[in-house]
Write a protein that binds this ligand. Structure first.
Ligand code: MG
Length: 462
């Protein structure tokens, strides 16, 4: 009898050890590096994110693959720079409701990789990788989808009062959700139009919690992509008027509440120690919208630019008992999530194509040094800058507020990004050998990515 009990215990132990980790990615839209209390914001109160950062790893030098929505999401899900996966172009910066393209079917997403290991895979929130049926999440490895297919300011109803107010970038206007004819899709079916965006963060949260409860008995990957704080801003009744930062603060405090709900759902289901949660955002703050846009804190510029404010994002990894708590000042990128999750799930990463991510599991689980030592800053199919260790070289820039405009540089600008976080002091003249080395890196990277262009032209953003 005793032997039987021991055997049963051993089997149970082995089973619980066998459980593959769940992954939850909470992805915001246009959230700035300086918008959370735990990243230094003095007036936006984010207690749930602060607790998450305290219990987990706060990354201070984490980059997204692009300073705008569509290519950034494509980079996160495929582990490849958008120049390789087709989701960047000089024609248009992101996909629009009249775009015919989307993420090519030939691309392999995190969901497809984890699905092969038996994971349930779901998206709640904004997709923005193609709104036509052949590009929706269910064609890219996700079992389920509930959310909006593109940005919350698209499909504007022309002539409506808020259309004009938004266009004039008037501060502190309250948008009307019915002025934006954005649909909510469930799977591939439209279930609501226009989406009631006033309650959208609350409803995404309810869907995410329900997803966790439904899938508690098998490993899952949940991609919770909030459509806020991208303008126009909306918050549920309970949150409007709560933050001294104004409406933008209200929106953030609702997102913070949402994070608390998701983490609590994991604790309630006893999944907190078998789940890795990542909180980050697709790009920096949309500064042109003044008080309706966020803050990049000490970083230069914001969304749409390859300055740090456009691509360095506030990032937290959480997984009690698994993720080593602390502050990580090493480099990481959303491009690294695919190889990191694959490694933790014992899955294979694609070997038939060039990948750009690094496996960060050593940093997350054992506090090792990050394998990422470089980062390439692309936008609109152009390589603007490179970072190698503490050095960053710009060969082209975009205007900080009106990022539609290119700034051509007469000569490259070099910044020591770790001592000069705001990219304020160009030291190119003092370090010609570093300028040469970084220019060489850019040339090599351009040749390395050049071969992916012809294949992807058909799928480019237009
Ligand atoms: Mg965005």
């Amino acid at each position: 009898m005793r032997f039987l009990i021991l055997t049963l215990l051993l089997v149970c132990f082995a089973r619980s050890e066998e459980r593959l980790p769940n992954f939850v990615v909470i992805f915001c839209d246009d959230l700035g590096y300086g918008d959370l209390s735990c990243f230094g914001n003095p007036t936006i109160i984010t207690p749930h994110l602060d607790r998450m950062a305290e219990e987990g790893q706060k990354w201070t030098q984490f980059y997204v693959a692009s300073p705008v929505c569509t290519p950034s999401r494509a980079g996160l899900l495929t582990g490849r720079y958008p120049i390789r996966n087709g989701m960047t172009s000089a024609v248009r910066v992101v996909l629009f409701p009249d775009s015919a393209g989307g993420l090519p079917a030939s691309e392999i997403t995190i969901a497809e990789i984890l699905k092969r290991k038996g994971y349930a895979t779901g998206v709640v929130g904004k997709w923005h990788l193609g709104h036509l049926p052949e590009y929706l999440p269910t064609t890219q490895g996700f079992d389920s989808y509930w959310g909006i297919p593109y940005s919350n300011d698209m499909d504007k109803i022309r002539g409506s009062p808020n259309y004009k107010r938004e266009a004039s970038r008037e501060p502190n206007y309250y948008a009307d959700a019915s002025d934006y004819n954005v649909p909510i899709l469930k799977g591939t079916k439209e279930i609501e139009r226009p989406a009631n965006q006033n309650t959208i963060t609350r409803r995404y949260t309810e869907k995410a919690v329900a997803y966790i409860e439904t899938n508690k008995d098998r490993p899952f990957f949940l991609y919770l992509a909030h459509s806020l704080p991208h303008i126009p801003l909306f918050a549920s009744k309970n949150f409007v008027g709560r933050s001294i930062r104004g409406l933008y603060g209200d929106v953030l405090q609702e997102i913070d509440w949402s994070v608390g709900q998701v983490l609590q759902a994991l604790r309630d289901q006893k999944l907190d120690t078998s789940t890795v949660v990542v909180f980050t955002t697709d790009n920096g703050p949309w500064l042109a919208f003044r008080t309706h846009g966020g803050s990049a804190g000490p970083l230069r510029a914001g969304k749409g630019t390859t300055f740090e404010g456009g691509q360095r994002v506030p990032t937290i990894f959480w997984g009690p008992g698994r993720i080593e708590p602390g502050v990580v000042t090493e480099m990481g990128s959303a491009l690294d999530l695919l190889p990191t999750f694959a490694s933790m799930a014992g899955a294979k990463t694609p070997s038939d194509r060039k990948m750009d991510g690094y496996d960060l599991s050593g940093v997350l689980l054992e506090g090792k040094k990050s394998p990422r030592k470089e980062f390439y800053y692309w936008t609109r199919a152009k390589l603007h800058a490179v970072r190698s260790g503490p050095w960053k070289l710009h060969v082209q820039q975009r205007e900080p507020i009106n990022y539609g405009k290119v700034v051509h540089l007469d000569k490259p600008e070099l910044y020591h990004i770790e001592t000069d976080i705001s990219e304020a002091y160009d030291v190119a003249d003092a370090h010609p050998e570093i300028v040469d080395r970084l220019l060489k890196m850019m040339d090599n990277h351009k040749s390395d990515t050049a071969d992916s262009l012809p294949d992807q032209l058909a799928a480019r953003i237009k």
